[in-house]
Design a protein around this ligand. Structure first.
Ligand code: ZN
Length: 515
């Protein structure tokens, strides 16, 4: 049995061939985070993938925000599945149950914690020799504590506590538990590129929570585990001293090229499952396409497939189930080759693209009709055999098409609204290659703002940095304060450790306000 977790930074990282992408990841259960798919944006091609059942959790708030999805091979069909951690979203049969003690949360807090599409739980049966076990797989996208929004720190910690309460309740009820996903906290100094640069590294409340939640795998087997948590960080279990093993890098600073990152994506397993069933776990930093890389874990047990998917499966959603069909759906043309319209689009999961796609859905000009036989209702129970190594095709699949490392200025260029401004695109490209860069490649609105500013005013000439003697890049202060909107030059190299001569030097120069 093999699992993969990956923060894909938009479902569009999978491109036009989602089945090929999932097959390339070569796992029975693939958990993805930050799909940026909300119910209004979910299309048949993403929801219904041949050979898999999918289970989505959507943000109820902003469209195109957050979201997680679990894809299970047909040979790994779960017998129960549920969206969210609180149970408040569960009004259907086939739920997982075991909600734990929620008494420290108000009703409003519980509702908010499950409002952003951050958890999907699937429950599976596995076999090892004569033993049949229940394994519950909790796919989570834990909140990030935005330093500009102090109220999100509290939200993040509450999410952790709720996750722990739920996971421990399920474990107590007799199921093994795997928690995997983007946890958004690097645990130890070894999991961070520059822990000394962080004030009070050990005092971070997220790290303190991890300390209590996880069993200390630094300790020797004979150590007293009585004060430790129930769960094991499976990567560290197998690689206790490996340094530089990161899963997330800033695209803003191009830090993937210098491996200046953090390890914030994990596969946690309860101690007994980790000890008895896990045979391997590792990160996959060679897989590009997102600002995170995938992480995989292998278990010696085999999955037993349920005969049909539980009610949460997307194949039962009315828009995909062949029930309550809208008349327009019978009138649309079936596009035999939908890939071609997608291949030249902007960054994965971008907001503008999401809005554009939403409009397409409204007019229903090119919707794939895929309704009957979406759910296979009479699968035979069978066991899954998997290899524990990713396939060679995987690398080719997720390499950026232009061959450049993620986070290069070329990639941030793609965030410009290409479809809307074709006549200006090549002009921008020329300017970009001269050293222009927008401040936040993940935010299209900001990227396009920088783009328009540069087109309207023209960039000032770039100075060269003192250490490398190379042309600098122009950036704009986005942080609210006295300097907001001011522009400055910094070394164009990717951010890296201060000891790395190949990384960004400390050159900094304001652009004069008058220009
Ligand atoms: Zn430099």
């Amino acid at each position: 049995m093999k699992l993969v977790t990956w923060n894909i930074n938009g479902i569009r990282t999978f491109g036009c061939g989602i089945k090929k992408a999932l097959d390339a990841l070569d796992a029975d259960i693939i958990c993805v985070q930050e799909t940026k798919v909300t119910r209004d944006l979910l299309d048949a091609r993403t929801a219904i993938v041949d050979g898999y059942n999918s289970f989505f959790s959507f943000s109820r708030g902003r469209s195109g925000y957050s979201g997680v999805a679990t894809y299970c091979k047909d040979s790994a069909t779960p017998f129960a599945a549920e969206e969210g951690l609180t149970g408040l979203l569960t009004n259907h049969a086939g739920a997982v149950g075991c909600y734990g003690n929620q008494s420290e949360f108000t009703d409003e807090e519980l509702q908010l914690l499950d409002n952003e599409g951050r958890a999907v739980i699937t429950q599976h049966r596995v076999q090892h020799s004569d033993k049949i076990l229940t394994v519950t797989v909790i796919n989570v996208y834990c909140p990030r504590a935005d330093p500009e929004k102090p109220e999100r720190k509290q939200f993040k910690l509450q999410f952790y506590k709720l996750l722990q309460a739920r996971a421990e309740a399920i474990l107590k009820n007799g199921s093994s538990v795997i928690i995997l996903g983007d946890v958004n906290t690097s645990h130890r100094p070894i999991d961070h590129c520059d822990p000394n640069e962080i004030d009070d590294f050990e005092d971070n409340p997220g790290r303190k929570w991890l300390n209590g939640f996880l069993r200390d795998n630094k300790a020797s087997p004979s150590a007293d585990f009585s004060h430790d948590g129930e769960f094991v960080d499976t990567f560290r279990h197998f690689h206790p001293t490996r340094a530089g093993a990161f899963t997330c890098w800033s695209t803003l600073t191009g830090a993937r090229r210098t491996n200046y990152g953090t390890r914030i994506d994990y596969i946690f397993a309860d101690y007994q499952l980790a000890k008895e069933q896990f045979v391997a776990a590792d990160i996959m930093p060679e897989v590009e396409g997102s600002d995170h890389c995938p992480v995989w874990g292998g278990l010696r047990c085999s999955l037993l497939s349920n005969s049909k998917p539980p009610p949460l499966a997307t194949c039962y959603l009315p828009e995909f189930a062949g029930k309550q069909q809208k008349l327009s759906r019978f009138l649309v043309k079936v596009d035999q080759n939908p890939c071609q319209t997608e291949s030249k689009e902007a960054l994965p999961g971008s907001q503008e693209e999401a809005e554009r796609r939403e409009n397409i859905n409204v007019t229903a000009t090119k919707r794939i009709l895929r309704t009957e036989s979406a759910c296979q209702t009479s699968k035979k129970t069978k066991t899954a055999k998997t290899s524990s190594k990713p396939q060679g095709s995987l690398l080719a699949f997720f390499k950026p098409q232009n061959g450049k490392a993620l986070g290069s200025s070329h990639n941030s260029l793609k965030a410009c609204p290409v479809e809307n401004t074709p006549q200006l695109h090549s002009a921008t490209q020329n300017k970009m290659t001269r050293g222009e860069e927008t401040y936040n490649p993940r935010d299209n609105k900001e990227a396009s703002l920088g783009f328009w500013k540069s087109v309207l005013h023209g960039p000032p000439p770039a100075p060269t940095c003192k250490v490398h003697g190379e042309p600098c890049v122009l950036r704009t202060v986005r942080k609210e304060g006295p300097n907001v909107g001011r522009q400055f030059f910094v070394c164009a190299r990717p951010q890296g450790h201060v000891s790395n001569p190949e990384a960004r030097c400390n050159f900094f120069a304001w652009v004069d306000r008058g220009k």
